[in-house]
Design a protein around this ligand. Structure first.
Ligand code: ADP
Ligand code: SR1
Ligand code: MG
Length: 422
C-alpha cells in the first residue's frame, strides 16, 4: 500500500482495509473522526463508535516532516516503527501502563492503538491543580519495570544487544542531541526565550563549567546504553485519570541512560510546581498543591528505587549479564550484591539530576517550552517561573555528584523558590 496522509474522510476506509482492524466497527456503526494531535511531531485521529464508545481507537500517523516546525523541517517516517516497537516492549514489561497496540502499518507509518477516552494529558489537570493519588505508584512501576527488564541487570548480553539493535533511532536521537543538549546553549535560529530572563540565558551560554557538565551529560545520553528508555517522558506523554495511568508517545525510544527518563518525569512535575506562582495566586491554595507535587516527586524516586531493587533481587537470572547470579556466590556475596545495587541506584539518582537539570534549561531557552509555562500570558509572571527553573536546572547539573537522596534535589527547589514573592 503506497503511503498517503490520512484524514477525517479517508480514515474509515483505511481501517476497514487493515486485517487487524477490519472487524472493529460494524458496517452501520455511527463512527466519528477527530484529529486531536497537540504534540510536536505527528497527527493523531480519534475514531469513535458513538454507539459503543468503549470500542473506539486512535490512529497516529507520522508524516515526512516535523509537525510543529512545518513541512520545511523534513523528518523520515521511521519514528512510527520505533514507537510501535517501544509500545510492544512497554506492554510486555509494564502491562496496563501503556496503551494497547492494535496494529502497525509501516508503509503508512500508522499505528492503531487503544483510545484513552477517559484519560487526560497530565499537564492540563495539573495546571488546574488536580491531584492524582496513584500516580507515584503507577509511574514508579513503569520506570522500574521498563528500565530494569531491558537492562543488562536482567537480560543476557546477546538478548540486550539484539534488542538494542532494533532501536537505533538515529534521527530522533539526533533531534534530542541538538534540541536538548546543544542548540539551546548557543546561537540557533529556533531558540526561544523570554527577554525578561535574558540575563540568566546569557549566563548559561557563557558559563564554562556548566557547559562542560552539559557536554558530559550529552556524552552519557549518546553513549551509555543502559536500558530501553522512553526518551520523551514529560507530562505531555502521560495520560491519566484518578484510577489509571498510561505512558504514550515513545517514538524517541532507544538504549540510553536510565536517569534520563526518571529526570524527565521529576523535572516536568517541578516545572508545573513553578507554573503555579502564576496560575494560582491564592498563597494557601498554591502551597497546598505545591506540597502535593513535592511529596509526589519524593514518592516517585523512593518507590522507583525500592521497586527497581526488588525486581533485581527477584528476577536476576543465571545468565543476566550484569551479573550472573552465581557471580555473588561467595562469603559476603549477598552484602556485595546489595552494595552494588545501591551503587547503581546512586548513579541513576545523579543522572536523574543531571539530565533533569539539562531538561529544565532546554525548556527555558530552546525550541519549545511546555504548556504549563507557555500558557502564562503575562511575561513578567512567566519570568518568575522561568528564572527559578533555570537556577534549579543549573544546580541539579552542577551539584549532581553530591546528591545522595531525593531530598537533596527537592532542597534545591525549595532554596531557589524561597525568595519568590507574588
Ligand atoms: P506527538 O508524537 O506529536 O507528540 P502524541 O503521541 O503526544 O503526539 O499525541 C498527541 C495528542 O494526541 C496527545 O496529547 C493526546 O491528546 C492525543 N492522544 C495520543 N494518543 C492517544 C490515545 N491513545 N488515546 C487518546 N488520546 C491520545
Ligand atoms: C521540535 S520537536 C521538540 C520536542 O518535542 C518532543 O516532545 C521532544 O522533546 C523534542 O525535543
Ligand atoms: Mg508527544
Amino acid at each position: 500500500m503506497p503511503f498517503y496522509p490520512l484524514n477525517e474522510t479517508n480514515i474509515l476506509d483505511y481501517i476497514r482495509q487493515r486485517p487487524a482492524l477490519a472487524d472493529f466497527f460494524p458496517a452501520d456503526a455511527p463512527v466519528t473522526v477527530r484529529e486531536v494531535g497537540d504534540g510536536n511531531l505527528n497527527f493523531v485521529f480519534v475514531v469513535e463508535n458513538q454507539a459503543d464508545p468503549a470500542n473506539s481507537m486512535v490512529i497516529k500517523q507520522a508524516l515526512p516532516y516535523l509537525r510543529v516546525l512545518g513541512e520545511s523541517w523534513p523528518l523520515t517516517q521511521a519514528r512510527a516503527r520505533y514507537e510501535a516497537q517501544a509500545l510492544e516492549e512497554h506492554n510486555r514489561y509494564a502491562p496496563g501502563l501503556a496503551p494497547e497496540l492494535y496494529d502497525f502499518n509501516e508503509e503508512m507509518a500508522a499505528i492503531a492503538m487503544e483510545y484513552l477516552g477517559t484519560h487526560q494529558i497530565m499537564r492540563k489537570p495539573m495546571v488546574a491543580r488536580e491531584k492524582f493519588p496513584h500516580f507515584a505508584d503507577h509511574i514508579s512501576s513503569f520506570l522500574a519495570r521498563t528500565l530494569y527488564f531491558t537492562s543488562d541487570h536482567y537480560l543476557s548480553g546477546p538478548e540486550k544487544k539484539l534488542l538494542q539493535a532494533k532501536f537505533v533511532n538515529e534521527e530522533l536521537r539526533k533531534l534530542q542531541e541538538d534540541f536538548v543538549y546543544t542548540n539551546p546553549y548557543k546561537e540557533s535560529e529556533e531558540n526561544n526565550w523570554n527577554p525578561l530572563v535574558d540575563d540568566e540565558v546569557q549566563a548559561v551560554r557563557s558559563d564554562p563549567v556548566l557547559k562542560m557538565a552539559i557536554a558530559e551529560l550529552k556524552d552519557a545520553y549518546m553513549n551509555h546504553a543502559e536500558a530501553l528508555i522512553h526518551a520523551d517522558l514529560h507530562t505531555g506523554s502521560i495520560m491519566l485519570n484518578q484510577e489509571d495511568t498510561r505512558v504514550i508517545d515513545p517514538e524517541f525510544a532507544f538504549f540510553g541512560p536510565m536517569g534520563y527518563d526518571v529526570g524527565a518525569v521529576l523535572q516536568n512535575l517541578i516545572l508545573n510546581y513553578l507554573s503555579h506562582f502564576a496560575h494560582t495566586p491564592d498563597p494557601e491554595v498554591r502551597a497546598d498543591y505545591q506540597a502535593w507535587i513535592l511529596e509526589t516527586v519524593r514518592a516517585i524516586w523512593n518507590q522507583f528505587a525500592a521497586k527497581f531493587d526488588q525486581l533485581w533481587v527477584e528476577n536476576a537470572r543465571p545468565d543476566s549479564e550484569l551479573m550472573p547470579l552465581d557471580y555473588w556466590d561467595f562469603p559476603g556475596g549477598e552484602e556485595a550484591f546489595a552494595a552494588y545495587r545501591q551503587r547503581i541506584l546512586q548513579h541513576i539518582l545523579e543522572e536523574t539530576a543531571g539530565h533533569g537539570g539539562v531538561k529544565f534549561l532546554r525548556r527555558m531557552m530552546g525550541v519549545v517550552s511546555v504548556w504549563d509555562i507557555s500558557s502564562i500570558e503575562d511575561p513578567a509572571k512567566r519570568a518568575v517561573a522561568e528564572r527559578a527553573a533555570i537556577r534549579i536546572g543549573k544546580r541539579w547539573i552542577l551539584e549532581r555528584r553530591r546528591f545522595t537522596g531525593i531530598d537533596d534535589l527537592i532542597q534545591v527547589v525549595l532554596d531557589e523558590t524561597a525568595a519568590v514573592t507574588v
